[in-house]
Design a protein around this ligand. Sequence first.
Ligand code: SF4
Length: 348
Amino acid sequence: METSTQAAAADATDDAGGTGTSGEPGTAGPGAVTDAGVGTDAGAGAGAGAGAGVVAGEPPVRAPAPPSSLSPSRAGDFMQCPLLYRFRVIDRLPEKPSEAATRGTLVHAVLERLFDAPAAERTAPRAKALVPGQWDRLRQARPELVELFADDADGERAARWLAEAERLVERWFTLEDPTRLEPAERELFVEAELDSGLRLRGIIDRVDVAPTGEVRIVDYKTGKAPRPEYAEGALFQMKFYALVVWRLKRVVPRRLQLVYLGSGDVLTYDPVMADLERVERKLLALWEAIRLATETGEWRPRPTKLCGWCDHRGRCPEFGGTPPPYPLPVGGTEPQVPAQVQGTMGRD
Ligand code: SF4
């Protein structure tokens, strides 16, 4: 397994822009886009937050380019709305940082850093005390975050935001006991190439390995747990990671665990090989649809209630806008999006 653990690694993925787990069914809204992972979205840095590394109103940091790999966040983007995927992955348009996504990044950073301390010292007060310092570090790393509270002259909104981050950190202690955990990995960047050549990549918040060798993959969410009917969608990201780990280590993770700090819930799933094979088939179909859209330049908007949080409404035809000229060469035929990759993630 590749073990580069830094957000920088994630930034090298196709995750430019966007917000990690945006568009999770059942968690629509700002809270739904908070878990890009500190390493990201995909948390601090990585995946963390909308538009990481870019500044609203300024040109894209990187030149447009065809997609070369797939992450859970971007797979989710395409399933939510192909045009959104294009704006984020092909055009690499900047997005404004959001309070929710940034708070998610901050909380991820605190939970990761807490494990630097000896087990007995991983207490809630210590974790809370890490929040201001990690917030300072985050602002230094991402100067564009200054715009989040630019209009907050008296600092009240920023204080409430920070207090909510502290509450989320404290809630974690009601769900897990870090004094009894020794993670094998934190903010683990993983990448695997399937037989088809498709590269899958992402950042796993935490990997626990039991003395027996059983692997547990853990992801923190600062939003609320989805309703039961949407749980499958929430597990898509985890099965994606499980597939990558399986491909790298030839071991099917014993457990996938989503820790929802917003609502104080823990969602677990014990995958079997058939689950991962199903996810692989779904991702291959998805990648084929992305390849066709890339070739033809046909990226159709798919309006949903999540459009309310889309930074690109002003250039979206569904809202009277006009997309920028497609920046890649066009040829081929109309894309035929397989039925199994339409709609929300998780219907595998
Ligand atoms: S506003 Fe909605 S339909 Fe338009 S690009 Fe954004 S998510 Fe897609």
